[in-house]
Design a protein around this ligand. Structure first.
Ligand code: ZN
Length: 160
């Protein structure tokens, strides 16, 4: 077993960041040369806010669809256990600015026009906790995040 493993996310000073932001965590190259890029999609301020589970769950389901409609190469976008945002992994080397624009546009669609019928995977067959969804919460949190604006830098407010 390896000792002294460094997990980048735990090295970040969570008191120094200014959410909402998109942060490039790392680019990694696989054994045959393919590149994947990891992003920290921080939607609310750590240790001050947390998106309630039902709203975060619905945002998760919607982002799975809305991000793929807006860009190629998305591998995964999953919520942090602290409920302040998402970890996103993509093929290739998009910039934090590219990703921030996709997240902004996706949240705009959630806030402005998404109906319950458009939320994917809300049945007992297609979700692991189908009773724990809230489109109302997803929309209200999307509005709050968009009011603050999404920065492509974790420490400075450079809004996209
Ligand atoms: Zn689910």
């Amino acid at each position: 077993m390896k000792k002294d493993v460094v997990v980048e996310s735990f090295e970040l000073d969570h008191t120094a960041v200014k959410a909402p932001y998109v942060r490039l965590i790392a680019e990694e190259k696989g054994p045959v040369g393919d590149v994947i890029t990891n992003f920290d999609i921080r939607l609310v301020q750590p240790n001050e806010d947390a998106i309630p589970t039902s709203g975060l769950h619905t945002i998760e389901h919607l982002l799975a669809k809305l991000i793929r409609e807006r860009m190629d190469g998305m591998i995964d976008c999953s919520p942090f256990g602290c409920r302040t945002g998402f970890h996103m992994i993509v093929w290739g080397r998009p910039s934090a600015t590219d990703i921030a624009k996709v997240i902004k546009s996706s949240l705009e669609e959630i806030a402005q026009s998404t109906t319950w019928e458009e939320v994917p995977g809300t049945t007992i067959e297609s979700c692991g906790n189908y009773k724990d969804h809230s489109l109302f919460s997803a929309k209200e949190w999307a509005k709050l995040i968009l009011e603050k604006g999404i920065s492509d830098d974790p420490y400075q407010r450079y809004l996209v």
